[in-house]
Design a protein around this ligand. Structure first.
Ligand code: 9YW
Length: 433
C-alpha cells in the first residue's frame, strides 16, 4: 500500500501548478470546480497548505452573484477546446473581472470538502481559522443556487448543461439531445489528440454541447433566460446530493465556528426541503433508485446510473430506500465478473464499458459510495467498493476511468481517458488512510 500512496502523492504533486491543480496534463490544462474539491481532500493528507490554496484559488474566481464556474482558465493553452474565447462568460455582468472562466458550474462539493479537510487536519484550530476565512463564499454559492436555479421553489436545483453534471456524456442525456437539432459546428477537437476517440464523446454530441452554450451566450448567461429557453434543464440526483451534503457540512462548520445563527437556520430550511423533494420527486418507486428529472420536458428520466446511488453519501435515503438501492446495485452492477461501480446500468443497451460516462468506473463516485455505504452499516459492500477501487488502480494505474469488466484488466488496457488523473490519486489516497 505504501507504494500506491507514494504514487498517488507523485501524481498530485505533478499536477500542482502553484496555487491550483490541473485534473491531468494536456487533456485538462485548467482548474475544474469539482476536481479541485476532491484534489484538496488528497492534499489535506500530506500538504494542508496546498489543499487550502487549491480551494481558495477556486473561490477567488467566484462571481459577484455567488456563482462558481466549472472551469477557471488560469493560463493560456491550446490543448483544450472549447476555451475562453468560445465560452465568453464575461457577457454576464457579475462575472469575475480577475479570471476568465466558463459560464456554467459543476457539482457543489466545496462545502463538504472543507469539512473533510477539518476532519483530516492535525492542527484543527488553524484549519478552522482557514475555513472561517472562506466559508461565507461557499454559503453565498448555495444561496445563488437556491435563488436562481430552483424556479418552482422545490428545493431541487437544475443544471442547464450536461457539463454541469460532471457526468458529461451519460446516456441519460440522449433523449434530451434527441429533442434538439443543433447545426453542425466547425471546430477542432483537442481531446481526441490526447485520448483515443472511442473513449470520448462523438462530434455530434459536441454539437449539442456547443449549441446549449450558444443559447446561454445569446442571453448573456442570464439565469432567468436560461430557465425559460434552454433545451437542457435537468434536476440531477448527484448534483443535488452534493448540495445537500455540503449544506450539512456548512451547518456543522458554522456551529464549530460559533455565531452565524441566521445562516444555520437558512441552511437547515434549504436542506429539509431538498431532502423531502429528493425522496419524493427524484426517487423512483418502481426502479427503487433515484433518477434524473427532465424539467424542460416535465418527465423523469428512468435510467439507473452511479448517480442514482449517490444519495447514500448525503444521508438522504431512508434505511428502507438504501436496502432497495443496494439490491439494485448488486443485481445489475455487482456481478462476480465486474468491479463496482459502473457509471451506467450494465444491463441496459445504452451501456458502453469503454466510453467515458456511458459505463466505466470512476473513482470519485466509488469514493462517495464507499463512504455512504459504510455510514449506513453496509460494511461488507463498502469494503468491496474500496477493494475494487484499489485493485483497478493497482492493475491499470491512476487513469481517469476504468473498465468494469474484470477480464479486461487481466488481458489488456482497462484504464481509459487521461493518465495520472488527479482525483483518482487524491481519493484513493483518502481511501487508503
Ligand atoms: C471535458 C476534469 C473534467 C471533470 C468532468 C469530466 C471531464 C471535461 O473532465 O470533463 O472536457 O469533457 O467528465 O467530470 O470535471 O477532470
Amino acid at each position: 500500500m505504501k507504494n500506491l500512496e507514494n504514487e498517488a502523492k507523485r501524481v498530485l504533486l505533478g499536477n500542482w501548478k502553484d496555487g491550483f491543480s490541473v485534473p491531468c496534463a494536456n487533456l485538462y490544462p485548467f482548474q475544474w470546480k469539482w476536481d479541485s474539491g476532491f484534489i484538496a481532500i488528497g492534499f489535506a493528507h500530506f500538504d494542508m497548505d496546498k489543499a487550502e490554496k487549491e480551494v481558495a484559488t477556486l473561490l477567488d474566481a467566484q462571481w459577484d452573484n455567488g456563482f462558481i464556474p466549472h472551469i477557471v482558465f488560469h493560463t493560456k493553452s491550446d490543448t483544450y477546446f472549447p476555451g475562453p474565447e468560445f465560452h465568453q462568460s464575461e457577457l454576464h455582468p457579475d462575472s469575475s473581472k480577475k479570471y476568465k472562466s466558463t459560464g456554467m458550474t459543476q457539482p457543489p462539493v466545496t462545502g463538504f470538502v472543507l469539512e473533510e479537510m477539518y476532519n483530516i487536519s492535525k492542527d484543527k484550530p488553524a484549519t478552522l481559522a482557514y475555513i472561517n476565512s472562506v466559508i461565507d463564499k461557499v454559503y453565498h454559492n448555495h444561496q445563488y443556487f437556491y435563488e436562481n436555479r430552483d424556479p418552482h421553489q422545490e428545493g431541487l436545483v437544475y443544471i442547464y448543461h450536461n457539463w454541469e453534471s460532471g457526468t458529461d456524456n451519460s446516456p441519460i442525456w440522449d433523449d434530451i439531445f434527441a429533442t434538439m437539432n443543433p447545426p453542425h459546428y466547425e471546430f477542432t477537437r483537442r481531446d481526441t489528440t490526447h485520448v483515443d476517440a472511442s473513449e470520448r464523446p462523438t462530434n455530434r454530441e459536441y454539437d449539442h454541447y456547443l449549441h446549449i452554450i450558444n443559447i446561454a451566450k445569446e442571453h448573456n448567461y442570464s439565469d432567468e433566460k436560461i430557465a425559460e429557453l434552454s433545451p437542457f434543464l435537468v434536476q440531477d440526483p448527484l448534483f443535488n446530493s452534493m448540495l445537500i451534503k455540503s449544506n450539512e457540512a456548512l451547518i456543522n462548520l458554522y456551529k464549530m465556528i460559533g455565531g452565524n445563527d441566521d445562516k444555520i437556520k437558512q441552511l437547515t430550511e434549504w436542506n429539509t426541503k431538498s431532502v423531502h423533494s429528493m425522496n419524493t420527486k427524484l426517487y423512483d418507486e418502481n426502479l427503487k433508485v433515484y433518477v434524473h428529472y427532465d424539467l424542460r420536458n416535465n418527465k423523469p428520466i428512468p435510467f439507473i446510473t452511479s448517480s442514482s446511488f449517490s444519495p447514500v453519501f448525503a444521508n438522504i435515503a431512508t434505511p428502507e430506500q438504501v436496502e432497495g438501492l443496494v439490491t439494485v446495485m448488486l443485481d445489475k452492477f455487482g456481478g462476480e465478473d465486474k468491479y463496482l461501480c459502473a457509471s451506467f446500468d450494465p444491463t441496459n443497451e445504452r451501456y458502453n464499458p469503454k466510453k467515458y460516462w456511458r459505463g466505466p468506473v470512476w473513482v470519485n463516485l466509488n469514493w462517495m459510495l464507499y463512504r455512504g455505504l459504510r455510514k449506513y452499516g453496509y460494511s461488507e459492500l463498502a469494503e468491496r467498493v474500496k477493494k475494487d477501487t484499489i485493485e483497478i488502480v493497482e492493475k491499470s494505474g491512476f487513469y481517469e476511468y476504468f473498465d468494469a469488466r474484470k477480464e479486461i484488466h487481466n488481458t489488456g488496457k482497462a484504464g481509459y481517458g487521461g493518465g495520472d488523473f488527479s482525483w483518482s490519486a487524491a481519493l484513493l489516497l483518502d481511501m487508503l488512510k
